[in-house]
Design a protein around this ligand. Structure first.
Ligand code: XLS
Ligand code: NI
Ligand code: NI
Length: 434
């Protein structure tokens, strides 16, 4: 049975006018010593591809999903696995990500839900073996069910906390069973709506204890991939503790969790936090903590997580500049945490959407590589800081300087003459490559 009305998508080059062909993503083409496929490590998000019916807060779902019988059955869940793998193969996407409740139904009690998960995981395993597709990361959905309305690992209720722990335990074991490369924590409900009813300190301590238990369990079952924290400032909670990369790093340092954790940075979350994606990626990378990326984009006119497909070439370039600079992904990749617009309801729209994101990142990769090869941008930045390469500046960087020495230097050197920051010239330089 074929669910997507197309053949495997092929690379036809930039002159192709075929909407169902890659114009730039040429999997085996080598850029800076590695194939595009190895650089970009694209992943499909199970929740968007298979489970997003394209409903919004004002209206019902529109997505046409002829394979889905609408039931909450294991049988329906197993059918979706076939559809998803057909999709991945047609797109030549080598990785995927899931929440436990995307792949398998939540049933009447935890042990029934666990059994359902086991059945689907067994089928996913077969499909992975058959196709060579790998699990980039798994995660537990700790935000949809009403029990998590007041948080999961930050719930005021220890019963809920225990339920969440049990769910993560199982999801982690499923990830391990599928040789998952990582495991993600995104705390959609780990925050508060009002401080009037919230003990922030206890909630943060509980969250840290939860993550330490996850580390202990990973060690127990031999899961050695990293854990990722995915920052997002709000939505659905009014305030979420993992608000941005800097807040997450502070939390991980404070609670001694740096070793096992990395960050998974999502574009639309960065903008919700009032930052650019480049900013968030740079903060994470500077700390040696950039693990993976949820690739999407927001809408400048809408103030929520619109999760649009990342088709902006400049944005893809900015992302790939940071990724190349850090030497590429190790366990992480580019997960399309992105959904079609509600108007794009046909199955083939899933193909168009991912194809566009992959082509945009292929261009971003090529452009970022060209900028790095050219070297002018890096040289400008290096020169800009060159007064710290020797003399008083070098002394500051070595940590051996004092205020007395700075005063003596300033007294002897008069008013500093600043060099221009040349922002416009550098913007023009970037445009040479776009
Ligand atoms: C929601 C998040 C979510 C995580 C996985 O905004 O992006 O999809 O990636 O729980
Ligand atoms: Ni995400
Ligand atoms: Ni998101």
């Amino acid at each position: 049975m074929q669910y997507f009305d197309c053949d495997k998508i092929q690379y036809e080059g930039p002159d192709s006018r075929n909407p169902l062909a890659f114009k730039h993503y040429n999997a085996d083409e080598v850029i800076a010593g590695k194939s595009m496929k190895e650089h970009l490590r694209f992943a499909g998000a199970y929740w968007h591809v298979m489970r997003n019916d394209l409903s919004d807060p004002f209206g019902a779902g529109t997505a046409i999903m002829p394979w889905d019988d609408g039931s909450n059955s294991v049988e329906n869940a197993l059918t979706r696995v076939d559809v998803f793998f057909e999709f991945l193969e047609k797109m030549d996407i080598g990785y995927y990500c899931w929440h436990d409740r995307d792949i398998a139904p939540e049933l009447n009690d935890l042990s029934a839900s666990n059994d359902a998960l086991d059945q689907v995981v067994a089928k996913l395993k077969e499909k992975q073996v058959e196709t060579g597709v790998q699990l980039l990361w798994g995660t537990a959905c700790l935000f949809s069910h009403p029990r998590y309305a007041q948080g999961a690992a930050t719930s005021p209720d220890a019963n809920v906390y225990a339920y969440a722990g049990a769910q993560v335990k199982k999801a982690l074991e499923a990830t391990k069973q599928l040789d998952g490369l990582g495991y993600t924590f995104w705390g959609g409900r780990e925050g508060y709506a009002t401080l009037l009813n919230t003990n922030m300190q206890r909630e943060l301590d509980h969250l840290a204890a939860f993550l330490h238990m996850a580390v202990d369990h990973a060690n127990k079952i031999g899961f050695d991939g990293p854990f990722y924290i995915e920052p997002k400032p709000r939505e659905p909670s009014t305030h979420q503790y993992d608000s941005d990369a800097a807040a997450c790093l502070n939390f991980l340092r404070e609670y001694d969790l740096m070793e096992k954790f990395r960050l998974n940075i999502e574009t639309n979350h960065a903008t919700l936090a009032g930052h650019t994606m480049e900013h968030e990626l740079t903060v994470a990378a500077n700390a040696g903590m950039l693990g993976s990326i949820d690739a999407n984009r927001g809408d400048e006119l809408i103030g929520w997580d619109t999760d649009q497909f990342p088709t902006d070439i400049k944005l893809a370039t900015e992302v790939m500049l940071v990724v190349l600079e850090m030497g590429g992904f190790t366990t992480g990749g580019l997960n399309f945490d992105a959904k079609r617009r509600r108007e794009s309801h046909d199955p083939i729209d899933l193909i168009h959407a991912h194809l566009g994101g992959m082509d945009a990142f292929a261009r971003g990769l090529k452009i970022a590589d060209a900028i790095r090869e050219d070297g002018r941008l890096a040289e400008f930045v290096q020169t800009r800081y060159s007064s710290f390469d020797n003399g008083i500046g070098a002394k500051v960087e070595s940590g051996a300087c004092s205020f007395e020495e700075l005063e003596q230097f300033a007294m002897g050197n008069g008013e500093p003459t600043l060099s221009s920051g040349r922002q416009e010239m550098l913007e023009n330089l970037l445009n040479e490559f776009l």
